[in-house]
Design a binder for this molecule. Structure first.
Ligand SMILES: NC(=O)c1ccc[n+]([C@@H]2O[C@H](COP(=O)([O-])OP(=O)(O)OC[C@H]3O[C@@H](n4cnc5c(N)ncnc54)[C@H](OP(=O)(O)O)[C@@H]3O)[C@@H](O)[C@H]2O)c1
Length: 237
């Protein structure tokens, strides 16, 4: 198997894209640890993934938590970072404190991860960013800004961290629990609207991003890349 015996640490592995990345990395032979804030969600994900998957608590908003989680885990081969960030709202209406929290949740959190992760020389760090970085939508500009910032941060880290590889995966609309906070009708409308515009005619599934994350871990010649996997959103005018 392609990741046989390699250690994979998935931050945000208790849900959505992170959970499917963890499942597929384990299927590829890796020893996987999933990490997030909620012990309940971690336990549910562990039961769902099965096998030997380990769990650890981490809060990427907290320096000490990130430091402690990596210190306890030791050297790993691959880290995948999935927690969301940004703030929803039009700029004239947005709350400035909420903006700072949204930047912390993804940009500073990504920096904390890069700072404390102990990754082997053959390994990689992968950030999940998002299509809004290239196709900003009104009301979602802070989501665009955080993901664009990580695309730049990650390309810089690919140089600073070499030979450790650093890549970004930029998904389009994916049906995950991230959207569960929207009322059902609004979520279904959003998915329907996205599906009708996309060349593939549907929104994505989290395993489709997880598959790409496993390939990024496996491919030793890939670094500094931003991989758009968005059902063709990137070719729409
Ligand atoms: N779904 C989409 O349509 C879409 C599109 C483009 C980009 N993306 C990006 O893809 C990434 C993954 O999204 P998803 O849809 O898989 O989301 P999700 O299903 O909501 O999963 C998010 C994961 O992050 C963890 N998390 C959140 N805050 C955290 C924190 N402070 N510290 C540690 N872990 C934290 C959550 O677990 P806990 O709650 O237990 O901490 C959960 O495991 C996000 O960065 C998102 O912006 C998603």
């Amino acid at each position: 198997m392609s990741l046989d015996g390699q250690k994979v640490f998935v931050i945000g592995g208790s849900s959505g894209i992170g959970l499917e990345t963890a499942r597929l990395a384990q299927d590829a032979g890796a020893q996987v640890t999933i990490a997030s804030r909620s012990e309940e969600k971690l336990a549910a994900a562990q039961a769902e993934i099965g096998g030997q998957v380990a769990t650890t608590r981490i809060d990427v908003l907290d320096d000490d938590s990130v430091k402690a989680a990596f210190a306890a885990t030791g050297t790993v081969d691959h880290v995948v970072f999935t927690p969301p960030g940004g703030t929803v709202g039009k700029i004239r209406e947005i709350d400035t404190d909420a903006v700072l929290q949204g930047l912390d949740a993804k940009i500073v959190a990504a920096v904390r991860t890069a700072k404390y992760a102990d990754i082997s020389e053959r390994g990689s760090l992968t950030f999940i960013t998002g299509q809004f970085a290239r196709r900003p939508l009104p009301g979602m500009l802070m989501g665009a800004a955080v993901n664009a910032a990580i695309d730049v941060l990650g390309r810089g880290l690919a140089v600073e961290y070499a030979p450790i590889r650093v890549n970004m995966i930029s998904p389009g609309v994916i049906d995950t629990p991230l959207h569960a906070r929207l009322p059902d009708e609004m979520r279904e409308g959003m998915f329907k609207n996205a599906a009708s515009r996309l060349p593939v005619g549907r929104v994505g599934t989290p395993d489709e991003i997880g598959m790409m994350a496993v390939q990024v871990m496996e491919n030793g010649f890939l670094t500094g890349a931003i991989i758009e996997i968005d059902g063709g959103a990137n070719v729409l005018v």
